[in-house]
Structures are given as structure tokens and as C-alpha cells.
Design a binder for this molecule. Structure first.
Ligand code: BGC
Length: 743
């Protein structure tokens, strides 16, 4: 069947085709046991197998077509219960409907137990594999908004658009804590702080799942990548991490623990290894910690090719079969194989040889079928027509625009921004013309770098200046000579230079260090010679070292990967149509060799002033975690604690007054940090404990209250227990400080 890509003509036909062949049948929990009891081993193992779309379909530049022979092999012969993602590009809604409804129909018609199959996707910053969907800033930008409600809303729209395509399972959100800025997936994280990641990550899960994944606008979420993926020692993706358990529990486990409490349905395992143990082979992490300690009851899925890698890359298994054994014994339920039947073949053999009890298989299958049931697939596996009309809503792009606006972080401003509308602007820089650099990873393709796949309707930064600052903008052309560029710079009032990183994802985004691109550095230096003020817009998923170019720039905006409304949002911040309020969710390093997080230990700053050994290293990043300027000023005053002591079981109320002392309204993120003055494990210099984002009109004051409990001040001690030790604490809010004693 060749699908004609005319959305409005084809869509109802496909949807109807899908609906008409399904008999609705609700399945109770006990019925799941009954189904499992009647399944063959091969059928069960098929449910645990996840393959990629190319195993059942053939993609060309203009079409995606299911292949009935492949479908038969995968779904009927090998009983595969789930398929994922795209081959090389995003598909239209109508293409998705064609794929899902036909695969579903095939499954229900041709398999014995008629267990609906599950389609899975990476919709990590909007439904990035569905043409026409709304693409939001990546998580790092969303984290810079410090606005969990906005994160929830973005996730909610992502869920609605994903489900409208017929897909009910999303491999998101990333809950890795981004504590190595060089890591190529930094941009997919909510930054370096455990508390911020936890707040944002659980907000995303609430948006995706909404407490009821049967709802036809929701999807099952996947907390990933459990555990300790984000701090490879060499800074490269999927490289070994060495994390003492005390640190693992203090910084990396809490987002997952809270996500479990939020009810998240699934989890994906870290592809790499910690302390020499690949996480896929870690029974301690996947069973003892995850299941027994955190109480996770959902589905555990491997990452891409990772069972094979236990054998071929990690070398902890002498054969593929042994790798399967290790992984299943460790606790995985479903394997993203994703190209062949090696996992199922070996797993079947292992059970037949008595190495894995069939009961173990049943437990995984039960979790997978429960997920399918909770997603409503047994009730109604077809495309949910009533949700299709929800796919396009004008307020979706408004949310994307707001998210981009709130993410943009003004790092430096020497009285140049906002730019007056009278100023003649030269827009330059290699990224000013690129949609891919606004979107980053996972955008219409895995790497996000295929410029031709971006919809014509989207606008680059250069486009927005040209259309909205018409009479006063000149956009540099890459064909211009140096002389031409110089001439145009000379005749402008200001230069907006768009620089940073291209789009990349995962391992292809590996870099040797965080150095800024030399050609872009040269460009900024040569433009600066014109004497005209430079406004630098930084795009990218991680902070590249700007120490050398910073003095040449009057203003610097970090825009991360802001998504489809990024061009407009950046323009509106530069022109002052919106007062910037983004705050860095990571420490912006000054040197590639000093990747220190804000919550470091005192010894990360070496201070020795005794003669003759005078040495001094202060913590002086380019910009601190939580930094971000506004076009107005905020004054903090009247910090009060309701008690100067805190007792077990009690809470402490911290309050302060924030006043907008500038001339325009603005948002402020009030960040509360605590400092443990003395503790049995060396305390961090400070830790974020609470934050609140407020809006104040010029001259307006607001009292902000925070309630802290002893548990909010806890840390992991040498016995790996969370404790709050008695003694003195300091509360830090802006420049204000107050002390209290926990007794
Ligand atoms: C990534 C995961 C992703 C998976 C499926 C892997 O390469 O690490 O984050 O969910 O692919 O696409």
C-alpha cells in the first residue's frame, strides 16, 4: 500500500481503516496473567524485544513504506511487541498514521494473542520526529527558565502531539545531572544541580503522563539514563565514569527517586559504565537500588545496542549469549536490540538451557503488558481520532516562544541592550542563517543538522532581523569578502554576531575540549576592529570557552538550543520587547581545565597565604550557576527566619522582600542556597534548596517565603545514609545571609 502524502485527504481514510478492524476489548490485570500463561516462550521473549523501524519499513527521501515480508518476519515469526523511532527523518502525521495503524492492524490480525504492539519514540524537545509539531528549547534551555510549570506545559504539548501521531511511549525526560560541561549530551540535561534537575524532570514527567496515560493526550515517559551517565571521566559520550557511591547517591540518584514517586512508567539504562561495571550488567543498580530501594515497578528498557556492547565493547561477557544472561539477571525487561533477533534467540536458548527461569521472563512480560494496558492499548489500539484535531493549536507555538524567551540568559550587558529600534544592525556569524543551530540535536533527524528538513515556515535569526528590523538590518552573506564585512560593520550602529555550536547529538558531538571555534573567535576580533559594539548570541548545547572573545563583546546572550521560535525570541530580547530572565543552569567555565560545579568543596578553591607558599586559586568561572541579567534591577532586603533554631520534625520559614528598583517590569528567580557549616562529610560551599520565579512591576516589592524541613538540608554520610547533622547552617539569598542551628 503506497500512501499518498496529502494530509487532509488521506488521514481520515487511514484512521478509519485502523479503527474498523479492531474489536475493543478491555483487559484486567488477572487477564494479563491469563494471557501470559497461554503464551509460548517465543511469544514472551518477543514482547521483550524492541526493534527499530527499518526492520519493518523501507524509507526513501520521499516515502516511508511498510514491507509486508519484513513485518511478517518481525511481528508474526518473531512475535516482536514494540518498534521504535524513525529511520532517517521525521514523518508527517499522515505517514505516522499509516505506519502505526497498519502495524497495529497487522499485529491484531495475524498474531495469536492479539497483543497490541507499542510504538516508542524520542520526543525530547517537542515531538521532534513529527513534521509540523512544535519544537521547544532543549532541556538545558528549559532549565534556564527555572519555571517547572512551563516545562510541564511543554511536555504536555509534546505528549498530545506525539499521541496524535498514534505513538504512546516517549523516551524522555533525561534525568542525568549535567556535571561535566564537555559531555555532548549536556544540552539534553536540566543542568548541573540535582535539585533543579529533580524539579524540572518531575515537572516534565507530570506533563507527559498527567497521572493517567490512558488519556488520549498523554504518553508514558521514560526516565533516563539510569545511572551516572553524565560524568564520563574523559568528557566523551558513553565513556567510563568513576563515581563513588556516596556521590552517586548524593547527586545522581535523587531525580530518579523523585521520578518514581511521581509515577513514571519506564526507565532507560545508562549505556556506559560506572567504576568498571557497565550499568546494563549491574544487578545492584537495576534490582537492589532501583526495584528494592526506590520501589520502581515499571518497565526497564536497555539503551540502543547495549546488550551487544557488553560483549563487543565492555568485554564483560565472553559471548553475546552471556551478555543477554548478565543483562536479564541484572534486571532489564525490554531490549532495544535494535536490528536483529540476536537478543530473542539467545534469551530463548538461555531459558531452554535452564539458565534463566521462565518465571523471570514472565515478570518482565507482565510489566510490559501492564504498560500496554495502562496506555489503553488493549481497550483501543487505534489512532485516537479525537486527538488528531488537537495536533495543531496556535497556542503551542506561543508556549514554545515563551519558553525560548524565558530561557535566554543575558550573561553580559555593558549598557548596550536593549538595542534602540533606531540602531542600524549588522547581523553576522555563521549560525545566523541556520535553523539547525537553533534546534540542535533530535530535530527532524537524529543529529538535527539536516538543514533541508526544517520547515520553510521557520525563521532564522537573520530572517527575523530582515523582516522585522527591515530598514535597519543588513545580514552578512558568507560570500562576502573581509573588506565587505568590514565596510558593512563600519556603517552599522551595532553588530549582532551569532556564534556557537552546530547541531549534534550523542557521540558525534564529542569534542576534545570546550575551546571556542577559532574561526568564530577571529570573526569577532576582526568585527571588533570596526569599533562598533558587538552583541554575541551563543547557540549550543554546552558552554564553550569564551574567555578570549568576552572582552570584545558589549553584550552576550546564551540562547542554548532554543527551538523553532528561537529566532523570534532572540530578536525580541535583543530589541527589548521582552525583559530577559533566564538564569544559568550550569557553571559557565572560564577554562577548559577547570570544570568545577557551583556546589564544589572548599578544597576546590586552594587558598594558602602563609609565607613563603603563597598560592591562590579562587573559584572564578566565566559566569556562575544561577547568573543571568535583566533590563531592570532587583533589590533583596529584610531576610528573616522565623526561628534561629530548627528542630527535628519542625520547619523553618525563610522570608525576604524583593523589590524591582529599575524602570521596567521583569521576572526574577529568587534562589535559596544553604551552607552546612560543619559536617562529617566535607560540605559543599553551598547547595540550592529552593527557588521561586516572580514578576515585579517597576517599583513593586514582594515578600517571598520558603519553608525548609530538616530533610532539605540532608546529605549522604559515610554509611551511605541521608542525614541532617546537628549544628550551624547558613541561608544565602543573593547577598543576604542568615544563620540558624539545627538541634
Ligand atoms: C540514546 C537514548 C535514546 C535511544 C533510542 C540512544 O542512542 O542514548 O537516549 O532514547 O538511543 O533512540
Amino acid at each position: 500500500m503506497k500512501i499518498k502524502l496529502n494530509r487532509w485527504m488521506t488521514l481520515p481514510a487511514v484512521a478509519l481503516l485502523a479503527t474498523s478492524c479492531y474489536k475493543e476489548k478491555a483487559v484486567s490485570k488477572d487477564e494479563l496473567d491469563d494471557i501470559i500463561a497461554h503464551m509460548t516462550l517465543e511469544e514472551k521473549v518477543g514482547q521483550m524485544t524492541n526493534l527499530t523501524l527499518s526492520t519493518v519499513a523501507i524509507e526513501t527521501d520521499s516515502s516511508i513504506k511498510l514491507d509486508s515480508a519484513k513485518l511478517y518476519d518481525v511481528i508474526v515469526k518473531h512475535h516482536v511487541g514494540s518498534i521504535q523511532n524513525v529511520d532517517k527523518r521525521a514523518y508527517d502525521l499522515v505517514e505516522w498514521h499509516y505506519l502505526i495503524s497498519n502495524m497495529q492492524r497487522f499485529t491484531l490480525e495475524k498474531t495469536r494473542h492479539k497483543i497490541p504492539f507499542l510504538y516508542c519514540i524520542d520526543a525530547v524537545h517537542g515531538a521532534n520526529y513529527i513534521n509540523g509539531a512544535t519544537l521547544f528549547p532543549h532541556n538545558i534551555g528549559l532549565a534556564a527558565t527555572w519555571n517547572p510549570e512551563l516545562v510541564k506545559e511543554c511536555a504536555s504539548i509534546t505528549a498530545a502531539q506525539t499521541r496524535a501521531a498514534g505513538i504512546r511511549y516517549n523516551f524522555a525526560p533525561v534525568l542525568d545531572v549535567g556535571r561535566n560541561q564537555q559531555w555532548s549530551r549536556m544540552g539534553e540535561t536540566f543542568g548541573e544541580d540535582t535539585y533543579l534537575v529533580t524539579q524540572m524532570g518531575t515537572a516534565a514527567i507530570r506533563g507527559f503522563e498527567g497521572g493517567n496515560v490512558k488519556n488520549s493526550t498523554k504518553v508514558a515517559a521514560c526516565m533516563k539514563h539510569f545511572l551516572g551517565y553524565s560524568v564520563p571521566l574523559n568528557g566523551k559520550d558513553r565513556a567510563p565514569a568513576y563515581i563513588p557511591e556516596i556521590v552517586l547517591r548524593e547527586h545522581f540518584l535523587p531525580p530518579f527517586r523523585e521520578a518514581v514517586k511521581t509515577g513514571v512508567h519506564t526507565l532507560m539504562v545508562n549505556s556506559a559504565e560506572i567504576n568498571g561495571t557497565p550499568v546494563h550488567a549491574s544487578k545492584y543498580l537495576l534490582t537492589t537500588v532501583l526495584r528494592e530501594e526506590l520501589g520502581f515497578k515499571g518497565v526497564v528498557i536497555t539503551d540502543w545496542l547495549d546488550i551487544m556492547k557488553l560483549y563487543e565493547r565492555h568485554k564483560v561477557a565472553a559471548s553475546h549469549k552471556e551478555a543477554v544472561l548478565l543483562c536479564v539477571e541484572a534486571g532489564i525487561d525490554m531490549c532495544i536490540v535494535p536490528f536483529d533477533f540476536s537478543f530473542s534467540d539467545d534469551l530463548i536458548a538461555l531459558v531452554k538451557e535452564g539458565k534463566i527461569p521462565e518465571k523471570r521472563i514472565d515478570a518482565s512480560v507482565k510489566r510490559i503488558l501492564t504498560l500496554k494496558k495502562e496506555l489503553g492499548l488493549f481497550d483501543n489500539p487505534s489512532i485516537e481520532e479525537k486527538n488528531i484535531s488537537q495536533f495543531h493549536k496556535p497556542d503551542y507555538s506561543l508556549t514554545a516562544y515563551h519558553a525560548a524567551l524565558e530561557s535566554i540568559t543575558l550573561l553580559k550587558n555593558d549598557s548596550i541592550l536593549p538595542l534602540s529600534s533606531e540602531k542600524k544592525v549588522l547581523v553576522a556569524g555563521p549560525l545566523s542563517h541556520l535553523l539547525s543551530s537553533l534546534h540542535g540535536a533530535w530535530s527532524y533527524s537524529w543529529q538535527g543538522n539536516k538543514e533541508h528538513l526544517y520547515p520553510d515556515s521557520l525563521r532564522t535569526i537573520a530572517d527575523v532581523f530582515l523582516t522585522q528590523h527591515k530598514a535597519k538590518s543588513v545580514v552578512a552573506d558568507s560570500s562576502w569578502s573581509k573588506e565587505m564585512l568590514w565596510k558593512q560593520a563600519k556603517s552599522s550602529d551595532a553588530i549582532v554576531v551569532v556564534v556557537g555550536e552546530p547541531a549534534y547529538a550523542e557521540t558525534p558531538g564529542n569534542i576534545p575540549d570546550l575551546a571556542f571555534d577559532p574561526a568564530q573567535t577571529e570573526l569577532i576580533k576582526s568585527l571588533a576592529k570596526s569599533g562598533k559594539p558587538i552583541v554575541a548570541v551563543l547557540l549550543g548545547g554546552r558552554p564553550r570557552i569564551i574567555r578570549e572573545i568576552e572582552p570584545y563583546c558589549k553584550a552576550i546572550l546564551m540562547a542554548y538550543w532554543p527551538g523553532s521560535q528561537g529566532g523570534q525570541a532572540i530578536y525580541d530580547v535583543i530589541m527589548g520587547h521582552f525583559n530577559p530572565c533566564g538564569k544559568l543552569p550550569f557553571t559557565y567555565p572560564r577554562y577548559s581545565g577547570s570544570l568545577i560545579t557551583y556546589d564544589h568543596k572548599l578544597l576546590d578553591e586552594a587558598v594558602e597565604i602563609v609565607e613563603p607558599y603563597q598560592y591562590f586559586y579562587e573559584f572564578k568561572p566565566q559566569y556562575e550557576f544561577g547568573h543571568g541579567l535583566s533590563y531592570t534591577r532587583f533589590n533583596y532586603s529584610d531576610l528573616q527566619l522565623n526561628h534561629d533554631t530548627l528542630s527535628e520534625g519542625d520547619s523553618l520559614v525563610v522570608s525576604l522582600t524583593v523589590t524591582n528598583t529599575g524602570a521596567r517590569g521583569g521576572h526574577e528567580v529568587v534562589q535559596l542556597y544553604s551552607k552546612d557549616l560543619v559536617a562529617s562529610i566535607t560540605p559543599a560551599v553551598k547547595r540550592l534548596r529552593r527557588f521561586e520565579k516572580i514578576y515585579l512591576l517597576p517599583g513593586e516589592s514582594k515578600k517571598v517565603n520558603f519553608k525548609l524541613w530538616p530533610a532539605d538540608l540532608a546529605f549522604v554520610n559515610s554509611e551511605l545514609k541521608w542525614v541532617t547533622e546537628k549544628g550551624g547552617f547558613e541561608i544565602l539569598l543573593g547577598d543576604l545571609k542568615a544563620e540558624f542551628v539545627y538541634n
